[in-house]
Design a protein around this ligand. Structure first.
Ligand code: KG4
Ligand code: ZN
Length: 342
């Protein structure tokens, strides 16, 4: 299938044209970081207004770069949730209009499923089912058992902050910009991960849940102490990152001990983290488990992954979008976290 993907769940206005859920013909993303940076986080109202201003041009750009017309597409895939409601509305309304105008099927995609299918993009070796997905982004941290494209179960989740949120908040404590993940990643390369010991969350033996607020709080208290004031920011960043990575790898290890997986997939914005990638690869070598990590450009939010998920999952929300008018709220029934479809 040749699909146009649209992703506007947060602050990236993203469009892409993807063939067969694998070959990316175009991948367009207008990053809004400059508009949100001075507020230290994403401002939903600003994000919606930017999507409104940028999306039509982004759709035209993706089609032009791919060298295809709307008429040549097999369908339109759009993120239907979860995400910022104002941002989602812009993407879904635009996708509805395009599907209506072109008479193409409309695919409503769960954003988290998009992340899980990102490692299938532009790769020769695809993850084999069943696989375990470690999904770590700015809004979510989950372990997902993926038995098939439409057979997903969340088996572990964060009890407080998402991993990306912990990166962003800790970066703020260190006086780094937003988003903080890439800044900590860079700084940590010149730091000693063993310089300071921040606490690692350990759940009950039967749980795969995770928690990151303790690490973040202990960095805060440390930075307020005399030792913290004298510490090199590089060492603090590396030690914080090491603690967070330890927790994630420990949960992957526990999950893999419970069930037999053909491979482990790392996805979401935090999958771009170099220390986490290295640790997961090392774990894969140690346990003889294939690991799959998306190309860097498909780790953070993008529209190609939305088209990839729609291609694998099939099941269009509306085969003929012209039937839309009967149910104007149709697209918001796929906002749940990954669950097994009935
Ligand atoms: O998946 P994503 O683009 O958006 C959400 O769906 O949340 O993830 C964004 C998150 C941010 O918290 C950002 O700080 C984090 O991913 N991130 C990183 C890195 N690159 C992005 N965290 C750690 N290391 C990185 N290199
Ligand atoms: Zn995301």
């Amino acid at each position: 299938m040749l699909l146009l993907g649209i992703e506007t769940s947060c602050d990236d206005t993203a469009t892409a044209v993807v063939r067969d859920g694998r070959d990316v013909l175009s991948n367009v993303s207008t990053n809004q970081d400059a508009f949100h940076a001075k507020f230290g986080g994403i401002v939903p109202e600003i994000a919606s207004r930017q999507h409104l201003a940028l999306l039509s041009a982004a759709v035209a750009d993706a089609l032009e770069r791919a060298g295809v017309t709307l008429a040549e597409l097999d369908g339109i895939a759009v993120t239907a949730g979860p995400g910022l409601i104002g941002s989602l509305v812009i993407g879904v309304a635009s996708a509805k209009a395009l599907a209506y105008a072109s008479g193409k099927p409309l695919y409503a995609v769960n954003h988290l499923h998009g992340h899980i299918f990102a490692p299938f993009l532009e790769r020769d070796a695809e993850p084999e089912y069943p696989f375990l997905a470690l999904l770590v982004s700015g809004g979510h941290s989950q372990l997902v058992d993926v038995a098939g494209p439409n057979d997903l179960h969340v088996i572990g989740r964060t009890r407080d902050d998402a991993a990306g949120e912990a990166f962003d908040k800790t970066a703020r404590l260190l006086g780094l910009g937003f988003p903080g993940g890439p800044a900590i990643d860079r700084l940590a390369r010149d730091g000693d991960p063993l310089a300071f010991s921040f606490p690692r969350h350990r759940p009950d033996a039967d749980s795969l849940d995770m928690s990151f607020s303790g690490i973040k709080t202990s960095v805060r208290y440390f930075l307020e102490s005399a030792a913290g004031k004298a510490a090199r920011a590089e060492d603090v960043a590396a030690s914080f990152q090491a603690a967070l990575v330890d927790v994630l790898i420990d949960r992957v290890d526990r999950a893999a001990a419970r069930a037999s997986y053909c491979s482990v997939v790392l996805s979401g914005g935090v999958a771009a983290n170099s220390a986490l990638q290295a640790a997961l690869r090392a774990w894969g070598h140690r346990t003889n488990t294939p690991t799959h990590i998306p190309h860097l450009r498909y780790c953070t939010d993008n529209a190609a992954m939305i088209a990839a998920a729609a291609d694998r999952q099939g099941n269009p929300l509306l085969a003929d979008a012209r039937a839309l008018s009967a149910d104007p709220n149709f697209a918001f029934d796929r906002t749940s976290e990954p669950v097994k479809k009935a």
